[in-house]
Design a protein around this ligand. Structure first.
Ligand SMILES: Nc1nc2c(ncn2[C@@H]2O[C@H](COP(=O)(O)OP(=O)(O)OP(=O)(O)O)[C@@H](O)[C@H]2O)c(=O)[nH]1
Ligand SMILES: [Zn+2]
Length: 298
């Protein structure tokens, strides 16, 4: 028996990488009775008499599991953010960051399309980039449409990780992937559209080695309407609130109506971004209002 990692899945076949080689396998373990479908990124135990006919015997426990793209053990997300004034939204960015915090996936913010900005717009995005860095996120900001320094920074960030590229439609995900891996040839402007059709396509998903990491060739989605966490835990997914919250008067402070709240004090002092706090309140309300819906889930 060997141990390896699924690097690609296509019509019932799983290509497993182990000891420098790829093995084409099928699923045949008793994990199937437990309704575990192997995912790209899974670490698996398998038997392979030849490189062409192997059988997955066991799927090892997952650290993380994404639905779109269906990839296991992702531990890094490049959150591609279009910076043009029409497209840029701190709300959408914060939604993605919170969803990734909840999933236990580290985020790197990639600010794209800066070549389309005026000087004033660029200065504003730079100010935000600094603010997010202070929160604790790495921010990579393009200085040109094809910026080798930004690409090199992405490659460095990928080292040792299993990563996905996320972001809204038109953010520049395919463009970034194509620049990271020339020859990948993803059709720009087509991925979200294809996924949105919601058909059960037998889409190929693979992890491509880029620099010293692995990146899913299919970008992920940013529509996280519901956060499946209790509202009073939302604060845990805002790293700056976690740090400040230690100084709130009340344990379990949710930084809304409580007196002597360190988060609200920092907001008044201008050290917490107003947009972050506004988004926090909006997500908090969203969770409260969706309570009935997510309780119905089995
Ligand atoms: N000027 C400029 N245009 C860009 C940049 N990045 C992407 N674009 C353009 O923006 C459009 C959308 O880019 P994509 O890479 O397809 O965006 P995507 O995130 O993959 O979009 P979906 O497939 O819809 O999810 C394309 O026409 C790109 O050529 C950039 O840095 N500068
Ligand atoms: Zn507080």
């Amino acid at each position: 028996m060997k141990t390896g990692q699924i690097r690609q899945s296509l019509s019932g076949f799983y290509d497993v990488y182990a000891e420098g080689q790829l093995y084409r396998t099928r699923a045949r373990g008793n994990f199937r009775k437990r309704r575990i479908t192997p995912l790209v990124g899974d670490r698996v135990e398998f038997d392979a008499p030849t490189q062409q006919e192997g059988y997955i015997l066991n799927v090892l426990p997952r650290q993380t599991e994404l639905v779109r793209p269906p990839v296991a053990n992702v531990d890094l997300a490049i959150v591609v953010t279009a910076t043009t004034t029409q497209e840029f939204s701190t709300n959408l960015l914060d939604r993605q960051l919170v969803a990734l915090e909840v999933a236990g996936i580290k985020s790197v913010i990639y600010m794209a399309k800066t070549d389309l900005l005026s000087e004033a717009e660029f200065a504003d995005r730079q100010r935000l980039a600094t603010a997010y860095e202070q929160i604790g996120y790495q921010v990579i900001i393009e200085r040109a449409a094809f910026d080798p320094t930004a690409l090199a920074a992405v490659k460095t960030a990928l080292a040792g990780h299993v990563a996905v590229v996320m972001g809204q439609t038109g953010a520049g995900k395919s463009t970034l992937l194509n620049h990271l891996q020339p020859g990948l040839d993803l059709a720009t402007g087509e991925i979200s559209q294809a996924l949105n059709r919601g058909k059960h396509t037998t889409r190929k998903v693979s992890l491509i080695p880029i620099a010293a990491g692995l990146v899913a060739d299919t970008p992920g989605f940013s529509s996280y309407e519901v956060f499946e966490i209790p509202a009073n835990e939302l604060t845990q997914y805002f790293p700056e609130f976690v740090r400040l919250g230690a100084d709130c008067k009340y344990r379990g402070c949710v930084h809304i109506n409580e007196p002597k709240c360190a988060v609200k004090a920092a907001l008044a002092a201008g050290t917490v971004l107003q947009s972050r706090y506004d988004d926090y309140l909006q997500f908090y309300e969203t969770i409260k209002n969706k309570k009935v819906i997510y309780n119905k889930k089995k």
